[in-house]
Ligand binder design. Structure first.
Ligand code: HEC
Ligand code: HEC
Ligand code: HEC
Ligand code: HEC
Length: 387
């Protein structure tokens, strides 16, 4: 459209990525971490807050102060720019020359989540959070909708690039986030910090609550007094599997329960947790491959919505991160349904607005109120209760 640069420059938060590394908050984070360099020179910060290739790979016009620029998402243009400018450009030729396949939901999820969740190429630790970094939280489809679009998904786009299904993007975001977490749990270079496991594995609010809250209930963890694995995305994946590949649900749930039991048992060892995590990951990837090849029908989406709402009746949204993920997911699936001509979105919108208010303050998450609202929505959606 030739206005991609203007849209990015004027409206896109990614242009601020580098600039924020110079502000007072970043200076404090760098100081608390004892970094040798200021934040805007430190690799650990630049890897996520800008395009940060090796110095030997930088061209004459490379400018790191751009922040998260075109090449940070679309890949280094050195090779693909040539085929991109041909009179009859082909998407496949561009991809063969190193253009990143942002049109493919799984690849898109890997890209966005590498910075918005952290992965082996862009690691982030509780130490960085402890130094004052904001908690990272993303639901891919919601964030993609929030990023001011510099492209139009029309017939021309589909002719060149294939189908576009926003619910597939939501699904792949959930799978990749879950796989990233399980990778972190199983990675001996990242899964511990001194004598402790790496706290990024757990729900932040499992530890960060006030002592007077007396929060523990059966169903939350195998035993009281243990931090809980951050299962917010794993819950969403369970709902997806149950709706789309129901035969995989029992094996998936069995492995997930095994991970929770291994990680909260008072006699647990980290190696047992690693084994449980790897088994769950294998199961998850098998289902993801089947689901990637499935064309979603309206009925699939309705089933997913009912599953997501139904999890409330068995106290599955015990932590804020799970509730936050559920809220964004339910909104996203309801939108996909309304695009397909279902009335459901307008019916549940008033409830979603009340839920948004309930989730405003993460330090005062009221699990009962949240789950009650979801159960009301569940009745509206005409769903049967989750067992
Ligand atoms: C894994 C990638 C990652 C790493 C590593 C990382 N950040 Fe961030 N940071 C982000 C993302 C993504 C956001 C935006 C979060 C959001 O708005 O959802 C962010 C937000 C911030 C913010 C708040 C920005 C604002 O606009 O309010 C500051 C400040 C910040 N980071 C500083 C740092 C510093 C300093 C470092 C290095 C010690 C660092 N970050 C390392 C990904 C990262
Ligand atoms: C945060 C990631 C991100 C950044 C930064 C980014 N893009 Fe994109 N871009 C996307 C996504 C996602 C799409 C939509 C999927 C697709 O078409 O592959 C897209 C699509 C496009 C398209 C394809 C439109 C079509 O019809 O095929 C062009 C051209 C483009 N971007 C150019 C740019 C330029 C130029 C910049 C820098 C000024 C830029 N992008 C920065 C993520 C990004
Ligand atoms: C190279 C790392 C990187 C990649 C890749 C990346 N982001 Fe970001 N994103 C950031 C950082 C850093 C910020 C915070 C900028 C700031 O300080 O406001 C951000 C901010 C955002 C925001 C604004 C959030 C807010 O709280 O206002 C959205 C939305 C967003 N990104 C969506 C996406 C999507 C969708 C993709 C994939 C197409 C993506 N990002 C890929 C690093 C990245
Ligand atoms: C297993 C328990 C545990 C988990 C899980 C945990 N934290 Fe922490 N957190 C701590 C401890 C212990 C401290 C250090 C408190 C102190 O210095 O007084 C801390 C400190 C912090 C601080 C600095 C607070 C201060 O007083 O300076 C922030 C911010 C923070 N954590 C964010 C997070 C985020 C975000 C997550 C989730 C990704 C998380 N924490 C998960 C135990 C945890």
């Amino acid at each position: 459209m030739q206005n991609e640069y203007t849209i990015w420059l004027r409206q896109d938060a990614h242009t601020r990525g580098y600039e924020v590394l110079r502000n007072a908050q970043s200076q404090r984070i760098a100081k608390n971490l004892g970094l040798e360099q200021p934040a805007h020179r430190a690799k650990v910060c630049l890897d996520c807050h800008s395009h940060n290739p090796a110095h030997s790979r930088r061209g004459e016009r490379f400018d790191q102060t751009d922040g998260v620029n075109c090449e940070a998402c679309h890949g280094p243009a050195e090779q693909w720019i040539k085929t991109h400018l041909e009179p009859e450009p082909s998407h496949q030729k561009n991809i063969d020359n190193g253009l990143y396949p942002t049109n493919q939901p799984y690849a898109l999820a890997k890209l966005c989540l590498s910075c918005h969740q952290g992965d082996p190429t862009r690691p982030i630790t509780h130490q960085i959070m402890g130094a004052g970094h904001p908690r990272l939280s993303i639901e891919l489809e919601t964030f993609l909708a929030l990023q001011p679009p510099h492209y139009v998904i029309d017939d021309d786009w589909r002719d060149r690039k294939g189908s576009f299904d926003s619910s597939k993007i939501w699904v792949m975001g959930q799978f990749v986030a879950s796989e990233n977490l399980l990778d972190l749990i199983a990675d001996p270079n990242r899964n511990s910090q001194g004598i402790m496991p790496e706290f990024m594995i757990f729900n932040c609010h499992a530890c960060h609550t006030t002592m007077s809250q007396q929060n523990w209930e059966y169903g939350m963890a195998n035993t009281p007094g243990q931090p809980r694995i951050n299962d917010s995305n794993l819950l969403m994946v369970g709902a997806i599997i149950r709706a789309i590949t129901p035969d995989d649900f029992i094996p998936y749930k069995t492995q997930l329960d095994a991970l929770h039991i291994a990680s909260t048992s008072p006699r647990a060892t980290l190696s047992e947790v690693v084994v449980a995590s790897q088994a769950l990951r294998t199961q998850l990837i098998e289902s993801r491959k089947k689901i990637a090849g499935t064309v979603f029908t309206r009925n699939h989406l309705k089933l997913i919505l009912i599953e997501l709402l139904g999890l409330a009746s068995s106290n599955q949204y015990y932590d804020y991160t799970g509730a936050e993920q559920a809220f964004m997911s339910i909104s996203s699936i309801a939108n996909s349904l309304s695009v397909r001509g279902e009335k459901i979105a307008s019916e549940i919108n008033p409830g979603l607005n009340r839920i948004l208010v309930l989730l405003k303050n993460e330090d005062q998450y009221d699990r009962q109120a949240f789950q009650n609202e979801l159960q009301l929505l569940n009745q509206l959606a005409g769903a049967t209760r989750h067992e």
